[in-house]
Design a protein. Structure first.
Length: 243
């Protein structure tokens, strides 16, 4: 799966416009940086957020479109990160760089695996996103209740403590919202599905995911083999920060 990081997107004072005078000089005393301010802000956004998108971060996305010489990617390479741009989904994110020899490189990222409840919701999101995009919808939305029903339908028949399971389901939905897979709207019970779902769950991963869920519930066919402890990679986050 794909690596990302960081905190839930939020506006802050660092996104404020830079005065024109600052374009010709350092941005602070002793500044020896060589990137233009807009490039710095794009790089900062890539490091700060799990991903940036054309819809939510149009200014940063525009910088990536103009980055012909790849200076932003070069800066990421300096700290053992690589830049991944999905042009069709119009999103960009950082991931661990991999050495040519396969040996591990130092990393600022740590993996976060999704819970079973989050995984079930992600499957439903992926299927809905694909179906509605095929019908021509530019943005795809889903209600909280629909996600809770999707989770409950996949509970094993022998489950007894359904109250505790329902709490886990709510926690799973909030976890996906923090991860940027679900985007909040003005209605707290309605979410937009981020195009990042296509990166997290490519088509070839769906069968493996369904088999794993069936195995967890004891409903997998006898000829199906699946790892009972399969963990789908979550969004990687910066070490020391909250997921």
């Amino acid at each position: 799966m794909t690596d990302f990081f960081h905190d839930e997107d939020r506006a802050d004072e660092t996104d404020a416009p830079v005065p024109e005078d600052d374009l010709r000089s350092g941005l602070f005393e002793g500044d020896e940086g060589t990137l233009y301010p807009e490039q710095r802000r794009c790089l900062h956004a890539l490091l700060k957020h799990r991903y940036i998108s054309a819809d939510r971060h149009p200014d940063h996305w525009e910088v990536l479109l103009k980055d012909d010489e790849g200076v932003i990617k070069s800066r990421l390479h300096d700290i053992f990160l690589d830049l991944q741009v999905e042009w069709e989904q119009r999103i960009a994110f950082k991931r661990r760089a991999i050495s040519e020899t396969g040996e591990p490189l130092p990393s600022l990222l740590r993996d976060v695996s999704h819970t079973k409840e989050e995984t079930i919701v992600m499957l439903a999101l992926r299927q809905r996103y694909f179906a509605q995009r095929q019908e021509g919808d530019e943005a795809v939305f889903i209600d909280r209740q629909a996600m809770l029903e999707e989770i409950s339908e996949r509970w094993p028949e022998h489950l007894t403590n359904r109250s505790a399971a329902a709490k886990k389901a709510e926690t799973g939905i909030e976890g996906l919202a923090r991860a940027g897979v679900l985007l909040k709207t003005v209605d707290p019970d309605r979410f937009q599905i981020s195009p990042i779902i296509e990166v997290l769950l490519p088509v070839e991963k769906l069968h493996e995911l369904l088999t794993w869920l069936m195995t967890q519930n004891g409903t997998a066919p006898a000829d199906e083999e699946a790892d009972d402890e399969l963990e789908l990679d979550g969004l990687a986050v910066e070490q020391g920060d909250d997921a």
